[in-house]
Ligand binder design. Sequence first.
Ligand SMILES: [Fe+2]
Length: 242
Amino acid sequence: MSQLQTSVPTAAFKNYGSLIHAWRNEVKHSLETVSRDTGISSERLSFLERGEGQPTWGELELLARQFSVSVRDLLPLENDLDRGMKFLRGRSARRFDQERAGRLQYTYWERVMTPVLPNIKPVELLLHLHRREEVVLNRGHFFHQYTQVLDGGPVAYLWEWEGKVWEEVFEKGDSWLIPGFVPHGFYSPDAKNPGRILAITFAQHLTGDARQELALLGGRNLSRIVSDEQDYYPKSSEEACP
Ligand SMILES: [Fe+2]
């Protein structure tokens, strides 16, 4: 009985095993076939399928090729919730500085995040710079951003729009939204009162699988999704489009 209990797989490995088993079923390969093609022994394969061990990255790559899927399809979803929630204490928040052009521009504190909700990324920023000309704008990012002045301030916000850099000054409690890919930056005009802001970036409509598929299509082809004015064949061709 005690032996049986020790062989009960941990949940994490069981999830790996279930996925391998499910995909092997989809392609109707026997353990022996998979073993012959991948070089992973049948014993090791059934050990993995029972969830008794964690597959190595190399094994996952071999299995993904065998099942004609992506390694991503063989990775279990990560759930780090505690009683269905995700908490992060202030004292445990990761803090890091960002320097640009040789100057300390921002200090970041990462706020609560979870792989269960991968498209919400909140951070808090302390704005060290005091002069507009010292601010290095970013290039904008994929996610939209909710921004709010938490403390200190005023906070000066710079952004690029129609080829020009604009500036707006905000005070504690003010909030604004920054659409994706808009270059932006911040500074504290009052050197004695550095601003602190909350920046929550969150997903566009395109996320997860859609984003991955677009990455696969590549920049050259993406414009054809938006507008494809050319014919299937070059104009000179006599043939009709099938
Ligand atoms: Fe941002």
